[in-house]
Write a protein that binds this ligand. Structure first.
Ligand code: NAD
Length: 263
């Protein structure tokens, strides 16, 4: 299937490793030019160089923190200066810390809101006018299975990703007639450093080893294994593509069957 991504420009946030990086690699393999951001300049530069070398597409790395509105303006500004437009936006960030309501402070909530919700709003605000003007755009938000079935001890993620989901569903209808689609990608337990971090948190909370914490998750997943980042990235590439032009306002899980709901 030709996804029609050759020559498109994609901005993938939080992409020096993990899911963001896997999405960037998949889009590059389909011929899209890339703008990637992450906080650490060094690992971002390494990622950009590797993707450029293996795919041959142009990759611009801009170091910055998506929870800062100034950094988001700078990242999108650099993208527009280099490529003149952004056709595909993939919003993403590190996950907010684990914790229960009682363990989290007001400051934790504010920081997590900037990271998980405000970053999506600012990135979207910066690229949407151009997409509407050109009457073509794809906005993909990396959320979580937690929006379909809240995950224990992830109070911040469970709450704030629900807000992103409401935003995205509302925006999808507001921009549909302009050829812009808005969809959410819901990863389940996928083999990245975020999952290592959650395994450490679960292990210290429950007094078990990290391997045991991972084994418990695997037992809950019908496929009995964690997902691979490239399995997640394949969905992103399809929803970003020309071929997915009539799909908007959806939430698609990539979770090995973890969410048990019918819809
Ligand atoms: P990860 O920790 O492996 O990678 C996160 C990436 O984001 C890194 O490149 C990091 O440099 C970058 N980053 C972190 N904070 C940033 C910020 N403020 N500004 C810019 N870049 C930033 O995480 P991941 O597993 O790839 O997860 C990506 C998102 O998906 C997270 O929000 C995570 O909570 C969510 N998620 C992951 C899983 C999973 O199993 N991996 C499951 C559900 C949801």
């Amino acid at each position: 299937m030709d996804l029609g991504l050759k020559g498109k420009v994609a901005l993938v946030a939080a992409a020096s490793r993990g899911l963001g990086r896997a999405v960037a690699e998949e889009l590059a393999a389909e011929g899209a030019s890339l703008v990637l951001c992450a906080r650490g300049a060094e690992s971002l530069a390494e990622t950009c160089e590797q993707i450029e070398r293996t795919s041959g597409v142009q990759v611009l790395g801009v170091a910055g923190d998506v929870s800062s509105s100034e950094d988001v303006s700078r990242i999108v500004g650099a993208a527009l200066e280099r490529f003149g437009r952004v056709d595909i936006l993939v919003t993403n960030a590190g996950g907010p810390p684990a914790g229960t309501f009682e363990s989290l402070s007001a400051e934790d909530w504010e920081r997590a809101t900037r990271l998980t919700l405000t970053s999506v709003l600012n990135l979207t605000r910066a690229v949407l006018p151009g997409m509407r003007e050109r009457r073509w755009g794809r906005i993909l938000n990396v959320t979580s299975i937690a929006v379909k079935q809240p995950v224990e001890n992830l109070m911040l993620s469970n709450s704030l990703r629900a807000a992103v989901t409401g935003f995205a569903r509302t925006l999808a209808n507001e921009v549909a007639a302009d050829g812009v689609t808005v969809n959410n990608l819901l990863p389940g337990y996928t083999r990245t450093e975020r999952v290592d971090e959650l395994a450490r948190a679960a292990a210290s909370r429950e007094g078990v080893s990290e391997a045991e914490a991972r084994a418990r998750w695997e037992a809950e997943i019908p496929m009995r294994r964690l997902g691979e980042p490239r399995e997640f990235a394949a969905l992103a590439a399809f929803l970003a593509s020309e071929r997915a032009g009539y799909i908007t306002g959806t939430n698609v899980t990539v979770d090995g069957g973890w969410v048990r709901s019918l819809l």
